[in-house]
Design a protein around this ligand. Structure first.
Ligand code: LAC
Ligand code: NI
Length: 159
């Protein structure tokens, strides 16, 4: 369940979030959740196989993996600190949230402000290559996401 804060308005309806973000060049989709508690990474990739194959084919992503960030993650505070600094990548940042929550702040196309999208289970977001953004966890302190890549080498952060 996502919330978008955009120019002083808060949107929570997936369709209005999707429309507003599309105008900003950001793909947002709300996918049906089909995931049991305690699923392994392989279970998660299998559960979303059809959705993943569709978006891979449509947008040229080649690989998918799972990433978790929580206080037990090695270098948790270092990772959080790096994500929370404004950066961009040379490749799209594609995330589908399966558990937990996270906030993306993304620079508007006009360049003169950032908007904020809080993502949770079922939310897919694509931040295009080159777009400045930053990321942080909510009070929940954890997130588990599927990532999709064209080329993992293109995904270094530029601060
Ligand atoms: C990243 C995020 C979270 O670069 O922006 O992984
Ligand atoms: Ni990033």
């Amino acid at each position: 369940m996502a919330f978008l804060e955009f120019k002083g308005r808060t949107l929570s309806e997936p369709e209005s979030i999707s429309r507003t973000l599309a105008e900003e060049g950001i793909l947002y989709e709300s996918w049906n959740l089909h995931l049991a508690e305690g699923s392994t990474d392989a279970d998660v990739l299998a559960a979303y196989h059809t959705d993943l194959e569709t978006i891979k084919k449509d947008r040229g992503y080649r690989t998918a993996d799972l990433v978790s960030l929580d206080p037990k993650t090695p270098d948790f505070s270092g990772i959080c600190e790096r994500f929370a600094r404004e950066h961009h990548h040379l490749e799209d940042e594609v995330r589908f949230v399966v558990e937990g929550e996270g906030v993306f702040e993304v620079q508007a196309l006009s360049g003169d402000f950032f908007f904020k999208i809080r993502t949770g289970p079922g939310d897919l977001i694509v931040i295009p290559a080159g777009r400045r953004h930053l990321f942080y966890l909510t009070d929940d302190s954890r997130i588990r996401c599927i990532r999709l890549f064209r080329n993992e080498d293109g995904w270094k952060a530029f601060y």
